[in-house]
Design a binder for this molecule. Structure first.
Ligand SMILES: [Zn+2]
Length: 457
C-alpha cells in the first residue's frame, strides 16, 4: 500500500486485513471464514478475530449455514453492501447527473440538473453543493461523495485542463469547491477512469475476477475519453492526464481542435460533433428536430430514426461508428486490454455501432492483439460515468472499511439530536466551510484535501 493518500489507507495490520476481507467478500459474495482464511493466507483464529470486529462494526454479517456446513466456520459471511451509501455526481459539458448508490452500485435515487450552459456554471456548482448537502443531512448511511469530471483533469491542481466546446468549466477548481464542503470524504476522478472502475467493480467478467484486470472503458459522450486499468491499476500519467484518447489525431490535416491539435478523434464522433453534423451539410435539413435539443437528446433522436429505418440516419450512424472504430483500433494497439467497454451517450446507438467497431478493429488492429480483445457495450444499469463516480467512492470504502464504518456510526449519533454541551443540531448548514463545525469530526484533512488517487502498490 502506498502512503500518498494518507488517511485513505488503512493504518494498522488489523485495518489492512479487514480491507482485504472486505475485498474478498465484495468480489466473491458470500464466503465462509475458512475460505477467507485460505484465500488470504491467514490462520482461522486470526480470521475469527477480525470477522468478529467487522460484525461488531457493522461491516459484515452472517448469512446462516452454507450448504454442506459442518461446523461454525462454514457459516456464510457477506459484506453489508446495503448498509452504506455513497453519492455520485457526473459532470459532463452540459449535463450534470447525480445519484445515491449502495456499495453494490445499485441506484437508490437518481436525478439530473437543468442543462448547463457557459453562463450558469457557477450556479450549477452551487446547486450540486446544495443537493449533496440535503442528501447527506437526510441519511447518515451516506459515507462518501465522489465526482467524475471530464478530462484531462489535473488531479493535484483540481482543475480540468481543457473542455472543448465548454471552456467555462476550466474556471472551476473542483478541490476548492467540493473537497471541504461536506462532512464526509469527497473524491474527484476523471470521467473515463471512473467509468473503468465501474466496469471492474459493478460489471466484472470472469477474467476480471481472477488475475489482475486489464480493461479499457471507452467513453463516447459529450467528449471522448478513455480509462485503462492495467494489471489491476488505473493508468494516470504524471499529472493525471494519461489516455486522453479524444485528443489523439486520426487525421493530421483534419479538423482543428481547441486543444491545438488537428483531426482529434473527439471532433468526429463525440455527441457534440454528432449534433453539429446533424445540422451541417450534407445532413442539414434532414433533422430539423435537432435544433432545440441537448447533445444527448439529439443523439438519441438520431439513433431512434436509424432504428426505424431512416436511410440518412443510418448512414450518419455508420459514419460515426467508423470513427469510434478508428479510436478503438488505437486502444487495442496502444494498451492491449483484454476487454474494451464502450459507454456513454453514443453507445446508445447499440448493435449497429458495435458491429461496425468490431469490423474496423478486425480489419485494422494488430492481429495478435485484437484476437484476445473482447469489445462490448456497457451493460451497467445506469450511466457508466455516474456509476463510475459511485465506484470511486466504493473503491475507497473497500480500502478503509473501518474508517467508513466509524464515520457512519458518528453520523448516526449526530442524527439522534444535539448532545449535551454542544449546539450541534442537524442543520446541514453547520457543516459549511468557515462555520463552526468543531463538533464535527469528518475525514482527516489529508483525506479531504486531495483528489482521489488510484494507488494500489
Ligand atoms: Zn484536441
Amino acid at each position: 500500500m502506498g502512503h500518498r493518500t494518507g488517511a485513505c489507507q488503512p493504518s494498522s495490520t488489523s485495518e489492512l486485513n479487514q480491507a482485504r476481507i472486505s475485498g474478498q467478500l465484495y468480489r466473491h459474495g458470500t464466503l465462509s471464514r475458512a475460505s477467507i482464511a485460505k484465500a488470504l493466507g491467514l490462520t482461522a483464529a486470526a480470521i475469527s478475530k477480525l470477522v468478529g470486529r467487522m460484525i461488531e462494526a457493522g461491516i459484515v454479517e452472517e448469512t446462516g449455514d452454507l450448504p454442506g456446513a459442518l461446523h461454525r466456520r462454514s457459516i456464510g459471511l457477506r459484506l453489508r453492501t446495503d448498509a452504506y451509501k455513497v453519492i455520485g455526481v457526473k459532470f459532463a459539458r452540459s449535463q450534470v447527473l447525480w445519484g445515491v448508490f449502495d456499495l453494490a452500485g445499485d441506484p437508490l435515487k437518481q436525478g439530473e440538473l437543468p442543462r448547463v450552459s457557459e453562463g450558469n456554471i457557477p450556479g450549477t456548482v452551487r446547486a450540486v453543493t446544495s443537493l449533496v448537502d440535503t442528501e447527506l443531512a437526510s441519511d447518515p448511511a451516506i459515507v462518501a461523495v465522489a465526482m467524475a469530471v471530464p478530462g484531462p483533469y489535473l488531479r493535484d491542481e483540481g482543475r480540468i485542463a481543457l473542455v472543448t466546446s465548454m471552456q467555462g468549466w476550466r474556471g472551476v477548481n473542483f478541490i476548492d469547491e467540493f473537497s471541504r464542503a461536506f462532512p464526509v470524504p469527497t473524491f474527484i476522478e476523471q470521467d473515463a477512469r471512473a467509468g473503468a472502475l465501474a466496469q471492474s467493480l459493478f460489471a466484472p467478467t470472469e477474467t476480471d475476477g481472477g488475475s489482475p484486470t486489464n480493461l479499457a472503458y471507452y467513453l463516447v459522450g459529450e467528449g471522448v475519453g478513455l480509462g485503462v486499468i492495467d494489471g489491476g491499476r488505473l493508468i494516470n500519467g504524471e499529472r493525471g492526464g494519461a489516455t486522453e484518447l479524444g485528443h489523439v489525431s486520426i487525421d493530421a490535416a483534419g479538423r482543428r481542435c481547441e486543444c491545438g491539435n488537428r483531426g482529434c478523434l473527439e471532433r468526429y464522433c463525440s455527441a457534440v460533433a454528432i449534433h453539429k453534423a446533424m445540422e451541417e451539410p450534407p445532413y442539414r435539413g434532414h433533422f430539423p428536430e435537432a435544433a432545440g435539443l441537448s447533445h444527448a437528446q439529439a443523439c438519441r433522436f438520431l439513433f431512434l430514426q436509424a432504428s426505424r429505418g431512416d436511410g440518412t440516419a443510418r448512414e450518419l450512424v455508420e459514419r460515426i461508428a467508423s470513427y469510434v472504430g478508428y479510436g478503438c483500433v488505437s486502444v487495442v494497439n496502444a494498451f492491449n486490454p483484454s476487454r474494451i467497454v464502450i459507454g456513454d451517450i453514443v453507445a446508445a446507438a447499440g448493435r449497429p455501432l458495435l458491429d461496425t467497431v468490431q469490423r474496423i478493429v478486425a480489419e485494422r488492429a494488430l492481429p495478435e492483439l485484437r484476437e484476445g480483445t473482447h469489445i462490448e457495450l456497457s451493460r451497467l444499469p445506469a450511466d457508466a460515468t455516474l456509476l463510475g463516480a459511485a465506484a470511486v467512492a466504493v473503491d475507497r470504502f473497500l480500502h478503509s472499511p473501518t474508517f467508513f464504518a466509524e464515520l457512519k456510526r458518528r453520523r448516526q449519533g449526530e442524527g439522534m439530536g444535539p448532545e449535551p454541551g454542544t449546539h450541534a443540531g442537524h442543520n446541514h448548514h453547520d457543516h459549511r466551510p468557515g462555520s463552526d463545525a468543531s463538533h464535527e469530526q469528518p475525514a482527516p484533512p489529508s483525506m479531504r484535501l486531495h483528489p482521489y488517487r488510484q494507488d494500489r502498490q
